[in-house]
Design a protein around this ligand. Sequence first.
Ligand SMILES: *Cc1c(COP(=O)(O)O)cnc(C)c1O
Length: 394
Amino acid sequence: MLSHEQSQGVAIGQCDTYAWFSQRAWVEIDLMALSHNVQQLRQFLSPRTQLMAVVKADAYGHGAITVAQTALQSGASWLGVATVPEGIQLREAGIKAPILILGATHTPEQIYAIAHWELQPTLCSPKQALVFSNILEAINHSSPIPVHVKLDTGMSRLGTNWQQACEFVQLVQSLPLLKIASVYSHLATADSHDPTVMQLQHRRFQEAIAQIKALGIKPPCLHLANSAATLSDKQLHYNMVRAGLLIYGLYPATHLRSQIELKPVLQLRARVTQVKTIAAGTGVSYSHQFIAKQEMRIAVVGIGYADGVPRNLSNKIQVLIRGQRVQQIGTITMDQLMLDISALPDIQEGEVVTLLGQDGKQQISADDWANQLNTISWEILCGFKHRLPRLGVI
Ligand SMILES: *Cc1c(COP(=O)(O)O)cnc(C)c1O
């Protein structure tokens, strides 16, 4: 159970200058859990398969630098980010591991930064390959940069259609300032019970690779699997898997839970800022969406939708306090929300409330929130704002 004084935390990331105990609300990042998840995944993979830790979007809200460092220490050998600034942030922190930019890059500034910081771009089209080649020539870049050729096998997002893979790869191969580091694709339905589309995408990928090899070109690395594909079929692992959600300790789908044992990394906590008793018939919060049926004891908590607790969860969630579940009541406001603590009337101001994570035997997960909101846990994790300091706990 969490008490007022309990839980040691150190600030991680860029956002925190205050000691953890002065905070009204914070995100705790359990680095042991992160390390555990990466090690579990490492054991699940063949020793020949590399593990890319996907740390885009500030490591799904967990804090990119600390997550990247911990993942690399625990068995990951590559990092994946979405944008150039995300890659630069890791390089500025002294991280030397190869970094793949999963998103598209086109502008001279982006290309210059990629070359300068030794980031590795995804090439999605012949046009983009030519732009890269021209800019690198214009800035007198002397040695070829590693590039990752992206094929669209059915996601209809980034990449060249798999049927044009040969022309695309041949073009990249012919440009002296580009060196193919990998060929890859991304799966649209790997979390589904029905494997039909995933298998179709896999066959297209296999076919494209076979044709590329028939040209005498052998890409040094092939990769296809995200978290869901990693758990659903080892045939999809190839030379590397790109795992995001799994390293943060969540499962892409319930039917994939039995494959590997993971621990959630992120916990969301806040403090009680006021307690009071309200009379029967009293309304709580904006629009009085909640009216007390009888006299109630309520607690005000210092966290709200501006911190990333979705307002659509109003009146729908429970939180943990002293290891017990209590109901959230009334509309969630920008900076605060209210709880029904009638069952725990002696709760004190300053006590710690767990919105996501564990307290005693009880646990609330990002999946619980995602189910309530008809969304996915990925979106919940990425929703926590920078106003919440990220505190590493071990
Ligand atoms: C985000 C992303 C991943 C990681 O996805 P998870 O489902 O979180 O494992 C892998 N590959 C690409 C191309 C991505 O954009």
